[in-house]
Design a binder for this molecule. Sequence first.
Ligand SMILES: C[S@@+](CC[C@H](N)C(=O)[O-])C[C@H]1O[C@@H](n2cnc3c(N)ncnc32)[C@H](O)[C@@H]1O
Length: 199
Amino acid sequence: MVAQRELGSRLAQPGHVAIRAMLARVMVPAESGDAAAAGWRVLNRANWDDRVPIHLASRFYDLEDFRKPRDSLRKFEPAEAGDVRGKDLVHLQCHIGLDTLSWAGRGARASGLDFSVPAIEAARGLAAELGISASFVTSDVYDAPAAFGGQRFDIVYTGIGALCWLPDIPRWARLAAGAAAPRRLPVPGRGASVQRRAR
Ligand SMILES: C[S@@+](CC[C@H](N)C(=O)[O-])C[C@H]1O[C@@H](n2cnc3c(N)ncnc32)[C@H](O)[C@@H]1O
């Protein structure tokens, strides 16, 4: 009874016109066949029409956040890389792919690599969810040349907190340089891995 009273008072609020109408319809003897289905469809659509302005303003859908540019890069990174549109970019140790997707959003043909299966699954899921085109490969970074079939990239990138986990930085630097197309320089995440380790 308490629940019914609560429901009744909630439905008395504005914005529940169609829901009230639907409930009223459920209470009356059922029509049969096409008429009932058509009536239900009209009420169901009215219900969803009613919800649109409510959802547009709701914190649940959070459109303000949705409209924010999806870019996790630090200011200096795009400034140093320059215009990436149409360029092949590899992101080593990409984790869940936010920076990879940010480069892709700036127009690069971006590929991310990480040895963590769930990280790459999350990156692929985010790419699909956000409708951003980028590819992701699961591999140890030291096997990157084989994982990319020897492909060379216009830009070889890694982000913050990525280098401090590696056992052999000079070897990493050699493979990063080897992955870069001739006359291009790798763009490392400047010193950030050291900062992160110090926290
Ligand atoms: C701190 S996260 C990188 C964070 C990323 N730059 C960002 O801002 O989202 C470090 C990543 O390095 C990856 N990683 C560590 N050692 C690796 C290796 N040998 N090969 C490939 N990925 C590795 C981890 O799986 C992890 O996703």
